[in-house]
Ligand binder design. Structure first.
Ligand SMILES: NC(=O)c1ccc[n+]([C@@H]2O[C@H](COP(=O)([O-])OP(=O)(O)OC[C@H]3O[C@@H](n4cnc5c(N)ncnc54)[C@H](OP(=O)(O)O)[C@@H]3O)[C@@H](O)[C@H]2O)c1
Length: 274
């Protein structure tokens, strides 16, 4: 057995356990979130469309951390996704929800079909809204729990080349801020994670040219910082470079200038459709 030597975090398990659920867990940041929750002692529900990587991650987590893993294969952009998740988690007490999945749909707005734009809304807005409503309702009954909503630095200003995706990240940021206040009364912590570039399969597929700028963070670091922020911060921006850039763009530059800079950065990364 290759079990990693881990000491479960008893406070974390009491506050957010016994089960965590990661939506969008089959690779990248979602897989890193699942490992981070398991390392701290939570059993994990793993959600994505592809069954094979979910099963493999589940086996790895059970072996390495000695917790249970339950893979659930479902398309979060489908109209009835919630009924599948309700059915598959009915017997579990989910105390921590991480909504990580996204459809980023990079490229020029007018080159995208209406169907593909609506899929951005379904995956990045509708699904986190309904999952948060569902699991926060259960957490309220236990008067404890936590929620992490994955947003992005694109949430703060318009993002040419990623306009619809960036707008959904703004939705998650503003939704999370409102709920951070509302849900505190119900004993539920909420943190919105506004990440910069993270080295994930999704990110690597979206940038044609390998570039050393902007600095790209490892998924494990982002997941660790976001989970550590839960109960402490309403918004977390992992990485000191990202915090400095975000401060500059939000507080010091006119919005119009920021949008221009974002447009030029996206142009130089040659975004392809994801
Ligand atoms: N990577 C970055 O540079 C970066 C920067 C800022 C913010 N973020 C945010 O971080 C989060 C994760 O990004 P990432 O780069 O790790 O993404 P990724 O590599 O594309 O992975 C996305 C995950 O979500 C799942 N997923 C996507 N659509 C789904 C659907 N309709 N139903 C079920 N599962 C679905 C994918 O699994 P299946 O394909 O198996 O379904 C996969 O596990 C996103 O919210 C993104 O906006 C990322």
């Amino acid at each position: 057995m290759n079990r990693v030597a881990v000491q479960p975090d008893a406070h974390f398990v009491n506050r957010y356990g016994p089960w965590g659920l990661v939506a969008g867990a089959s690779q990248g940041l979602g897989a890193a979130y699942a490992r981070e929750l398991a390392r701290r002692g939570l059993s994990v529900v793993l959600i994505a469309r592809r069954s094979e990587p979910l099963q493999a991650l589940g086996r790895e987590i059970e072996r390495d951390f000695g917790v249970a893993a339950r893979p659930v294969t479902v398309d979060l952009s489908s109209p009835d996704f919630l009924s599948v998740i309700e059915r598959e988690t009915r017997d579990l007490a989910v105390g921590l929800l991480v909504y990580n999945a996204a459809f980023s749909n990079g490229g020029l707005f007018l080159d995208r079909s209406p169907e593909s734009l609506l899929k951005v809304i379904d995956t990045d807005c509708r699904a986190p809204l309904l999952l948060t409503r569902h699991f926060a309702g259960q957490m309220r009954e236990r008067h404890r729990g936590g929620i992490i909503l994955m947003s992005s630095l694109t949430a703060f200003n318009g993002s040419p080349g990623l306009a619809a995706y960036g707008a959904t990240k703004g939705f998650n940021l503003v939704l999370g801020e409102g709920l951070w206040y509302e849900l505190r009364r119900a004993g539920i912590d909420l943190t919105v994670c506004c990440a910069g570039a993270v080295r994930t399969p999704g990110y690597e597929a979206s940038v044609a040219a390998k570039s050393s700028f902007p600095p790209v963070l490892e998924p494990a670091k982002v997941a660790r910082e976001a989970v550590r922020a839960l109960g402490r911060r309403m918004i977390v921006i992992p990485g000191s470079f990202n915090r400095a850039v975000s401060f500059l763009m939000r507080r010091l530059l006119p919005r119009r200038t920021t949008v221009r800079i974002m447009g030029e950065a996206v142009d130089s990364l040659s975004l392809s459709q994801r």
